[in-house]
Design a protein around this ligand. Structure first.
Ligand code: GTP
Length: 260
């Protein structure tokens, strides 16, 4: 579980930065490079969904992270909008397919179709709108009802540039994140460009981590099967076949496969 509040916006050309302040418990742990939105090659692809009340800034957060823009005018999303965020992590290109949904009640039944097959959900509230935070519980319930049981969930408190209008403390956000065993809590501002890219970089990192764990497990299963087959030759052909390329990354310096 991580929280990278107060980590400065990452520069796409830089190597990972280690933030030295005590306010940033865990910066990103892999080397990364943000790639253009229209980059076509990828090794891993994941579906993400952005949910939360209408007007909390879901579209602005996503637009700011992906296109580095901010729209002051409010244009309610109708149905959903689609974005891609490509990032290279340890020589693998991770493509995030982001479905930015509309928060209006009228379209809520439409959204349930997007929960299915989502690997990660980004739940957004606005720190200056108490009701949007109270409704996070409802969004989480909806998500848990319709999504895969292993979906990862982030909680994002947006609009921290409106500090004077704050109605939800950071501690309240953190408590909800802890109580509900979510995967990340972060405050952000689409307007000021604070933490917008970090949300998606952290998403890519967590999903990439999961992929590494999956490969590791596959390898362990194979080893288990091999040792069993040595002592029980009648089970010789039962072991799972694993492609060699699945493990190529392990040999590359700088890749963090063994830091699981
Ligand atoms: P729906 O499409 O209706 O679900 O809304 P949404 O959650 O996508 O909100 P949207 O991104 O359209 O933003 C709503 C309004 O909030 C717009 O007027 C934005 O300019 C404003 N807004 C979004 N993010 C921020 C922020 O970080 N700070 C401030 N001050 N305003 C923001």
């Amino acid at each position: 579980m991580t929280d990278i509040n107060d980590v400065p916006k990452f520069d796409s050309n830089s190597e990972n930065k280690t933030n030295e302040t005590s306010n940033s418990p865990q910066p990103l742990k892999y080397k990364y490079e943000i790639l253009p939105e229209d980059y076509t090659n990828f090794d891993l692809s994941y579906k993400l969904i952005v949910i939360g009340d209408s007007g909390v800034g879901k579209s602005c957060l996503t637009n700011n992270a992906v296109k580095n823009v901010f729209e002051e005018a409010y244009n309610a999303t109708v149905g959903f909008e689609f974005f891609t965020f490509n990032v290279r992590i340890c020589e693998k290109v991770v493509k995030l397919q982001i479905w930015d949904t509309c928060g209006q009640e009228l379209y809520r039944s439409l959204i349930t179709n997007f929960y299915r097959n989502s690997s990660l959900a980004i739940m957004v509230y606005a720190i200056n709108a108490k009701e949007s935070f109270e409704n996070v519980e409802m969004w989480l319930r909806e998500l848990r009802t319709h999504s895969n049981p292993d979906v990862k969930v982030f909680l994002i408190g947006n609009k921290i540039d409106l500090e004077k209008e704050r109605e939800i403390t950071r501690e309240e956000g953190e408590k909800f994140y802890r109580d509900n065993k979510l995967n990340l809590f972060m405050e952000a501002s689409a307007k000021a460009g604070i933490n917008t890219q970090n949300i998606f970089l952290k998403a890519a990192e967590i999903l990439y981590d999961d992929h590494l764990k999956y490969l590791q497990k596959k390898k362990e299963n194979k080893e288990d099967d091999n040792s069993t087959s040595e002592s029980h030759s009648e089970f010789e052909n039962k072991s799972t076949k694993i492609k060699r390329e699945d493990f190529n990354d392990k040999k590359k310096p700088g890749c963090c496969l063994f830091n699981l």
